[in-house]
Write a protein that binds this ligand. Structure first.
Ligand code: SAM
Ligand code: SF4
Length: 335
């Protein structure tokens, strides 16, 4: 029987209630997207520092039973590189109460694992795809793997994962001419296509505001090809969504930089090495791994979690004089 039927989710000083958890399962990746990491990759976390499956399950159990977490997204790095991922998903799905489980992936290997992930209890998947042109894909990601990603998308849909969303990061002079093509591709195949403003979270520190394609520009480019009608959206969802008139197709824009949604943020992040981050842009972390490995009980883990949320700042200030890049890049935080 569930002894924690109605836990109160942690609220911060600004009244934001946190029910959404992102768990990074590895900082490693098999692509090298230029807006994310350098060609040579990064100094990956040593394996003993990574949370084990047992440790991930323990922390997510505390989250769902004691902290009111209702949704868990698995990410990375590339989460499909985590060995035995379907087994871990099955263990998370078996928790009581079971969280809604989703995955953010570059799609490589998804063709092989989509059925097993669906059977294990995964509901939804977001696949990152920035271009439909093979040579351009190889330039952006430094790997010639477009066909694997497209296979992965098809397999996800066939496995019954729904919705399947495409995440694209437009970069000026790289793929900004493909915004409408990506939306049309999504519409044709039944994927929701979402465009994300690039953020200063690349490992190289090369982010350049002038190369970021703003939400306004994304919408202008979409508007040149489609009639867009505002779509119903969930509160707190970072994506603003539109329906392509006369169709069921949905496109979204995540304007993290030009229209920050920090005021409605309900997210907390757990890194692959067990650090809790109350914000993508947090400059401080709470070391849950040290607590876990030091023998802390669930109440102590819950208390550390709540304390982290209480310390959450109002939001990022990208572009402002007080903005500080977090030490970890996106790939090591969990996007
Ligand atoms: N490897 C998986 C993938 O690519 O989906 C999961 C991790 S990746 C860090 C998660 C998301 O972050 C991807 O959609 C990726 O496009 C996005 N991303 C990476 N670097 C970014 C940046 N500097 N600005 C905005 N989005 C970024
Ligand atoms: Fe890997 Fe995802 Fe970063 Fe691309 S965006 S390098 S797929 S972690």
């Amino acid at each position: 029987m569930n002894s924690f039927p109605h836990p109160t989710p942690p609220a911060d000083r600004f009244g934001r209630v946190h029910t959404d958890l992102r768990v990074s399962l590895t900082d490693r990746c098999n692509l090298r997207c230029a807006y994310c990491m350098p060609a040579e990759g990064l100094d990956w976390l040593p394996r003993p520092e990574l949370l084990t499956d047992d440790e991930v399950v323990r922390l997510v159990r505390v989250a769902v039973r004691r902290l009111g977490t209702t949704a868990v997204r698995l990410t990375g790095g590339e989460p499909l590189l985590r060995r035995g991922l379907p087994g871990l998903v099955a263990r998370l799905h078996a928790l009581d109460p079971a969280p809604e489980l989703s995955l953010t992936t570059n799609g490589i290997g998804l063709a092989r694992s989509a059925d097993a992930l669906r059977e294990a209890g995964l509901s939804r998947v977001n696949v990152s795809l920035d271009t439909l042109r093979p040579e351009r894909f190889a330039e952006i990601t430094r790997r010639d793997r477009l066909a694997d990603v497209l296979d992965g998308l098809r397999a996800a849909r066939a496995a019954g994962l729904a919705p399947v969303k495409i995440n694209a990061v437009p970069v000026r002079g790289v793929n900004d001419d493909e915004i409408a093509d990506l939306a049309a591709f999504g519409a044709e195949h039944g994927y929701v296509t979402r465009f994300i403003e690039s953020m200063p979270l690349d490992a190289q520190g090369a982010w350049d505001r002038d190369r970021m394609v703003t939400a306004e520009e994304i919408l202008r480019r979409l508007g040149e090809r489609f009639d867009l009608v505002p779509a119903d959206r969930r509160d707190n969802a970072p994506a603003e969504e539109w329906r392509i008139a006369g169709t069921d197709a949905v496109v979204g824009v995540i304007a993290s930089v030009t229209r920050p949604f920090c005021g409605g943020c309900d997210r907390v992040r757990l890194t692959a090495d067990g650090q809790l981050r109350n914000c993508l842009f947090a400059t401080e972390e709470s070391d849950l791994r040290a607590l876990l490995r030091g023998g802390a009980d669930d109440a102590a883990l819950e208390a550390a979690w709540r304390s982290s949320i209480r310390g959450k700042g109002p939001g990022h200030a990208i572009g402002g004089p007080e903005f500080r890049r977090p030490e970890r890049p996106m790939s090591a935080i969990g996007g």
